[in-house]
Design a protein around this ligand. Structure first.
Ligand SMILES: [Zn+2]
Length: 216
């Protein structure tokens, strides 16, 4: 799909007139009309505003010329899987498990491999195949190549270690020891519970990334 069709589609789906969209991204109605006729394409700053407004990647706005892949774990990226910067904008280089609210969640390649392998095993790989595949793939991805430059010097790992210690120090009866915490995306862990009255409730926020783990 071309940019003109993408913008027209997003605008009509959201029920906005050309005037309303123009006002939201600080351009004239004529500019919007020219995008939708395919005469011009929004500039970089306006693409960012449109990306925020419609919650889609700039790649999608441009008609998806690139196949986005998370530069930390190698997962192909659909718009709803893209990680967010601390200001809420999308970071098209990462998935939301590897990069959340401006923080890189993995600093150890083996940790990441241990998280991914069981998922890949469900998709028909043997564990050895999955492990071997990840071991050759990850070092080629941008995050691991630029790790020294991008990483926070272990601050996030230190924060998680402190949190794990605090949880275990509570000595909650019957609860197994917590060994580690992983990034959990809100929309995946925000499960609905049914109250005796029949009302469905959710306790978490779909848009937040949580730290958590599963205890057997
Ligand atoms: Zn990722």
């Amino acid at each position: 799909m071309e940019t003109k069709d993408v913008i027209l589609g997003l605008r009509t789906k959201s029920g906005m007139s050309q005037d309303e969209l123009a006002e939201k991204v600080f351009v004239t109605r004529q500019a919007v009309s020219r995008w939708e006729n395919g005469e011009t394409v929004p500039n970089t700053e306006t693409l960012k505003l449109l990306s925020n407004l419609f919650n889609v990647s700039i790649n999608t706005l441009l008609g998806a010329p690139r196949k986005l892949v998370c530069q930390c774990c190698g997962m192909p990226l659909e718009d709803e899987l893209i990680g967010r910067n601390s200001d809420g904008t999308l970071n098209e280089d990462y998935c939301k498990w590897c990069y959340a609210d401006g923080t890189y969640t993995y600093s150890d390649m083996d940790d990441l491999i241990n998280v991914c392998v069981p998922h890949m095993a469900k998709e028909g790989f043997t564990e050895e195949q999955a492990r071997a595949y990840m071991k050759q793939l990850l070092p080629k991805l941008d995050y691991w190549k630029r790790y020294e430059e991008l990483s926070d010097g272990g601050q996030f790992e230190e924060f998680k270690r402190k949190l794990v210690k605090e949880i275990n120090d509570l000595h909650i009866e019957g609860m197994p020891r917590v060994e580690k915490l992983n990034a959990l995306v809100g929309s995946y862990v925000n499960l609905a519970y049914r109250l005796p009255s029949g009302t469905e409730v959710r306790f978490l926020d779909d848009k937040t990334t949580y730290l958590g783990t599963q205890l057997e």
